[in-house]
Every structure is written in C-alpha cells, then in structure tokens.
Design a protein around this ligand. Structure first.
Ligand SMILES: CC(C)(COP(=O)(O)OP(=O)(O)OC[C@H]1O[C@@H](n2cnc3c(N)ncnc32)[C@H](O)[C@@H]1OP(=O)(O)O)[C@@H](O)C(=O)NCCC(=O)NCCS
Length: 188
C-alpha cells in the first residue's frame, strides 16, 4: 500500500495503481479512482483501427507531405495478424479507447541504426487520460509481447520522453542530435 492509502495490483505482468492523488491549480489534493485499462491487440479490435490511425496521424504525421489518416489506416492494416510483428496494442477503459503502442521490426527514422531491432513505437495516450499509468501499462505490455515472441532486447527512439522510459527500466544507448535511442532487455 502507498502512503496515500492507494493500492497497486498486478494484471499479467503489469503493475497498476488503483488511485492517484493529483493537485489541480494548487488546490487541495484530489484522489482519483482508476480502473486498469484493458489492453488488446489491434488485430483483435479492427473496429478501433480508424481511431488509432487518427491518433498516430495527429501526433506524428501532420507535417509529412502527402500523408493523411488514410495513409496510417493503410499502414495499420498490416497489423491485423495477431501475435506477430508489426503489432499494435490498444488500451480501453470500459469501452473507451484511450491509448496505443506498437512493436515494429524497424521504426521510421531509425535508418542510422539498422543493427537494432525490433522497435517500440507510437506510444500514445489520449490527453485526458494521461498520468494514470496507461502509458506505462502499454509500454510494459509491448515488452511482454516481445518477450513472448522471443525478442531478447527492444529499442525505441524518443525526443523528450527519456525520463518516462527510464522509469520503466529503459536505458540510453545512443544520442543523435535531439534524438535519443533507448534499449531494454526483455525477460526472455
Ligand atoms: C508519453 C505518454 C505516452 C505517457 O502516457 P501516460 O499515460 O501519461 O503515462 P503514465 O501515466 O504511465 O506515466 C506518466 C508519468 O510519466 C511522466 N511523463 C510522461 N511523459 C513524460 C515525458 N515526456 N518526460 C518525462 N516524464 C514524462 C509523467 O510526469 C508521469 O509521472 P508521475 O506519475 O510521476 O507524475 C503520453 O504523455 C503521450 O501520449 N504523449 C504524447 C505522445 C508521446 O510523446 N509519446 C512518446 C513518444 S517517444
């Protein structure tokens, strides 16, 4: 049990806190009660493909010439085979989709590191549902999937989120200008 009285519990190999205390506008602390997200493969939830494509497009692809939500929809169609790469996970709270993460053989923009594979990519949580452990649950679920697929180490590139990943056991391997390459051995 945590000092604020909240509990953590285990779902698969994911640790999740059921409550978090947050301070809004420097007011009194507010304790949120949080259900753990359900995490499924996009391959099992093709109905969520349009929303995941929209998130990824809006977060990373709007500046890419000629790209549209349709581009991402087409790319994600390759993620329709369960338990193989490329693989996308989607987190839902009750029936609401709230986040995603992807496992790729090679990520866009990692061409200078062809020796490293596979990659955690496109980790995204809907802004209103951040700071509840959903991002961490998605990252850990990708690591668990990769382990099950026989992967011994995973890689990611980030600009600015290295502390988030460091807390989850990822370590910096290389830096290239503002881009940071991180790695994590799996339990496999
Ligand atoms: C990064 C992201 C997935 C985190 O999702 P989340 O559900 O809020 O993550 P969690 O609740 O598991 O963890 C939040 C914790 O990580 C920290 N954190 C989140 N983003 C961070 C960042 N960029 N740098 C440092 N810490 C960060 C938060 O401060 C929080 O810490 P706290 O609980 O001690 O306050 C979410 O902020 C997001 O979708 N961002 C936009 C897309 C993005 O940048 N993805 C990462 C690409 S490499």
């Amino acid at each position: 049990m945590y000092p604020d009285g909240s509990m953590s519990f285990q779902s698969g190999n994911l640790m999740f806190r059921d409550r978090q205390t947050r301070h809004f506008n420097n007011d009194l602390p507010v304790t949120l009660t949080i259900a753990p997200p359900r995490i499924e493969q996009l391959a099992e939830r093709p109905d969520l493909l349009p929303v995941v494509a929209t998130w990824i497009y809006q977060e990373w692809w709007t500046a890419v010439d000629g790209a549209s939500v349709g581009t991402l929809t087409d790319l994600l169609r390759a993620h329709r085979v369960p338990d193989q790469m490329p693989l996308t996970l989607v987190a839902t709270l009750k029936t609401l989709p709230v986040g995603t993460a992807t496992l790729l053989v090679h990520d866009v923009g990692t061409e200078q590191w062809p020796q490293f594979s596979p990659w955690l990519a496109a980790v995204y949580v809907v802004p209103e549902y951040r700071y509840r452990g959903i991002g961490a649950a998605l990252v850990n679920a990708i690591v668990a999937k990769a382990t099950a697929l026989g992967v011994v180490a995973l890689y990611l590139q980030t600009v600015g989120s290295e502390k988030f990943y460091a807390r989850l056991g990822w370590r910096v391997l290389r830096t290239a200008e503002e881009k940071i390459l991180m790695s994590k051995p799996t339990a496999g």
